[in-house]
Design a protein around this ligand. Structure first.
Ligand code: SF4
Length: 445
């Protein structure tokens, strides 16, 4: 380690949706890497450690190193000529860059979708159907005396969710922290999160909807018989106890994860817990929040919603935005073989999409932006290496509770950032499509 160290206080970890903004980073300015991340959890420390400056080229076309300008020209030409271009990813870049991506989709009359479509997309649909009783994590910390986690394992996926926001911290009206809270966990199996819970409900796989509906019935005073245990795996007595606790708490919160949204029932499951929350507000104050994965996936939902009215799976081919989960979501577009060009931003569908979708991705020109080489960048025609948001790039991200957080950069990167590249592509595409396309939305500057 060199002597040339810099300390950056109040930095932000963007690895997961907790977006912890109390990091104290030690940066080795000679080696251009973070050597210490005080307050980070094990996942955050690994995130900061792995984003040292690499030695890969800033831009490649067909695997050969080129200038960033040439790569921008090639990318713009591909997008402007395509008949059904798709844009996908966006959950690990700043909101300012996400806005440019929406503008590109509008200009090329393409399709824009985010990783929400493969995680909490069903919740996005349910929010539109049922509505959302919401709160910030600060409010939860200061007020919640009943905390329910349903279909998630935060101890491993969001390690500081318990300690920073919802279980152990002392709050204004929760002076003794965990001692003043009841914590309930609902899941199909025990996980490393289970020991934190005072009450654990083991629901039968695929029966989350039935469980939520049974709780709705009990909260509303409907009598159930003991056969509910055969249906859900949870006894009537346990359900009655939980329904009573939910109705009589001062402030309840229900956090739900992909165990609810990506299993049988999907948006019906999300809708059921949102409806349960609505019922509970007849008796007390109750809120429900999805636990979000990527650092700015919530920002992607927000930016797409401001700009188009829809959170993901948006298509501009008619000259105005249309929402089409199952039709305009990227896995479906690729699996049907519809797309003829793809702009993939900070995501790696080449490694985690179904085989048919990856095969189609291989057959079309792909433009990829990522901080490091990935399976997608390797199959891409044009690949940009970008700097890392929250480490090298300032900007805005949204925490999982829709609170915007301003990032500060810890050290400079020789690589351009997503905003620079997407702005340049957007401007060049605008020149190429010219008068032929009138954007539906007010264009990003
Ligand atoms: S909980 Fe998430 S945001 Fe917070 S330090 Fe850990 S990985 Fe980073």
């Amino acid at each position: 380690m060199s002597e040339n160290l810099r300390t950056v206080a109040d930095a932000t970890c963007t690895f997961c949706g907790c977006v912890c903004d109390d990091m104290v980073l030690t940066v080795d300015m000679d080696e251009k890497r973070i050597t210490k991340a005080k307050n980070a959890c094990v996942l955050g420390r690994a995130w900061f450690a792995k984003h040292a400056i690499g030695d890969h080229p800033a831009a490649l076309i067909d695997g050969k190193e080129v200038s960033v300008e040439d790569a921008i020209e090639e990318a713009a030409q591909i997008l402007a000529k395509a008949r059904f271009p798709i844009i996908y990813g966006l959950s690990d870049v700043i909101c300012e860059a996400q806005r440019q991506a929406v503008a590109i989709a509008d200009l090329v009359r393409g399709n824009i979708d985010t990783t929400t479509s493969v995680c909490h997309g069903p919740s996005g649909i349910a929010f539109q159907d049922v509505g959302e009783s919401t709160a910030t994590l600060g409010e939860v910390k200061n007020r919640a005396d009943l905390v329910i986690y349903w279909g998630g394992n935060p101890a491993e996926s969001h390690p500081r969710h318990f300690t920073r926001y919802a279980v152990t911290p002392k709050g204004m009206f929760i002076p003794r922290g965990k001692k003043d809270r009841t914590v309930v966990l609902v899941d199909v199996r025990k996980t490393p999160s289970t020991p934190v819970a005072d009450i654990f409900l083991q629901v039968k796989p695929g029966k989350d909807f039935e469980l939520a509906w049974a709780l709705r019935a009990l909260v509303r005073g409907v009598e159930l018989d003991s056969s509910i245990e055969d249906e859900t795996g949870v006894s009537l007595a346990v359900l009655q106890d939980l329904a009573t606790r939910m109705k009589t708490c001062r402030y309840g919160v229900l956090f739900f994860g992909m165990g609810l949204t990506m299993t049988r029932g999907r948006h019906f499951n999300s809708g059921a817990v949102l409806a349960l929350t609505t019922d509970l507000n007849e008796f007390t104050h109750f809120v429900t929040k999805p636990v979000r994965g990527h650092g700015n996936v919530t920002g992607a939902d927000n930016v797409l919603s401001w700009q188009t009215g829809f959170p993901f799976g948006v298509n501009f081919s008619m000259g105005y935005p249309r929402f089409g989960p199952g039709e305009f979501t990227t896995v479906d577009v690729l699996a049907k073989g519809d797309a003829d060009a793809a702009l993939i931003i900070a995501s790696d569908p080449g490694s985690n999409f179904p085989r048919g979708a990856i095969e189609h991705l291989r057959s079309i020109p792909v433009i990829c932006l990522d901080t490091k080489p990935t399976a997608t960048s390797k199959l891409a025609k044009v690949a940009f290496a970008t700097s890392t948001y929250g480490i090298n790039t300032a900007g805005t991200v949204y925490r999982m509770d829709d609170v915007p957080i301003t990032l500060r950069a810890a050290f400079e990167s020789p690589y351009p950032d997503d905003l620079q590249i997407l702005t340049s592509i957007r401007k060049r595409v605008a020149e190429l499509v010219g008068e032929k396309r009138v954007p539906a939305l007010k264009q990003a500057s």
